[in-house]
Design a protein around this ligand. Structure first.
Ligand code: 5GP
Length: 142
C-alpha cells in the first residue's frame, strides 16, 4: 500500500489536526494517544513518510527508536509506573490502524489490566493536556 498523506498522523504533523504535544524536534513529534490503553499512553512519530517498520529507512528507524527512548524516560519520570510497554504494529492484521509508523509508550501498573488495542474510549482533553504537561516538564519543556 502506498503511503497516504491524508492519514491522521500526517495531518497532525502538518498542524491540520490538533494534538496534545509532549515533544517535538526536527526528527519526531510526540503526543498523547486520545484513546489511551493506560493513563499516560504516548505516541512518537517520525517526520518522514513511512507506513511501517518495513518501509522506513534504517537511519530513520534509528532516530525514531532513539527519540522514543527519550520520551519514554520522561513518561517514566513523570508518572512512575511499575513498567512501560513499548509497542509498534505493522499492518491491519497486526492491529495497525494509522498507517504512519509510530511507537506506543504505554505505562503499566501492577494489577491494572490492559484494554485491548483498539478497544478503548476517547480520553478527556483536560486530562490529556495535564498529562502532556507533566511529561513535558520532565523533558525540560514548559
Ligand atoms: P495503531 O493502531 O496504528 O498501532 O495506533 C494508532 C493509535 O492512534 C491508537 O492507539 C489510537 O488510539 C490512536 N489514535 C487514533 N486516532 C487518533 C487521533 O486523532 N489523535 C490521537 N492523538 N491519537 C489517535
Amino acid at each position: 500500500m502506498a503511503y497516504d498523506p491524508e492519514n491522521i498522523f500526517a495531518k497532525i504533523l502538518r498542524g491540520k489536526m490538533p494534538a496534545h504535544k509532549v515533544y517535538e524536534d526536527d526528527e519526531v513529534f510526540s503526543f498523547m494517544d486520545i484513546f489511551p490503553q493506560a493513563r499516560g499512553h504516548t505516541l512518537v512519530i517520525p517526520k518522514t513518510e513511512a507506513e511501517n517498520f518495513f518501509d522506513i529507512s534504517t537511519d530513520w528507524a534509528a532516530k525514531l527508536i532513539g527519540k522514543t527512548q527519550v520520551v519514554a524516560k520522561a513518561v517514566r519520570a513523570a508518572l512512575e509506573p511499575d513498567g512501560i510497554l513499548i509497542a509498534q504494529f505493522n499492518g491491519a492484521a497486526a492491529g495497525q490502524t494509522v498507517f504512519h509508523i509510530h511507537y506506543h509508550i504505554i505505562p503499566r501498573w501492577e494489577g491494572a489490566g490492559l484494554p485491548g488495542h483498539g478497544h478503548t474510549v476517547r480520553a478527556d482533553d483536560e486530562e490529556l493536556a495535564a498529562l502532556a504537561a507533566e511529561i513535558k516538564a520532565k523533558l525540560g519543556g514548559a
